[in-house]
Write a protein that binds this ligand. Sequence first.
Ligand code: SF4
Ligand code: SF4
Length: 70
Amino acid sequence: MSLTDLKLIAEINDELCDGCRKCLPSCSYKALLLVPSERTPMVDPWSCTGCGTCMTACPHDAISFLAKAS
Ligand code: SF4
Ligand code: SF4
């Protein structure tokens, strides 16, 4: 695997996230999803482009990025 095979994906830290949902409207790719049984949003790794917009929208620094194989 080379670096070009890697893709950045948003990751939500469950300990820092308070479930405020402010990140949800910031994602133009509909990659942040609410699951009724979960307090925190989920990231759809297929839709996430790694654009970083949600990270700036989060008031609790709960969003970071992981490099995953594309
Ligand atoms: S904006 Fe941050 S704290 Fe609020 S739901 Fe999204 S990830 Fe969690
Ligand atoms: S990094 Fe961009 S595409 Fe991925 S969840 Fe955040 S706002 Fe959406």
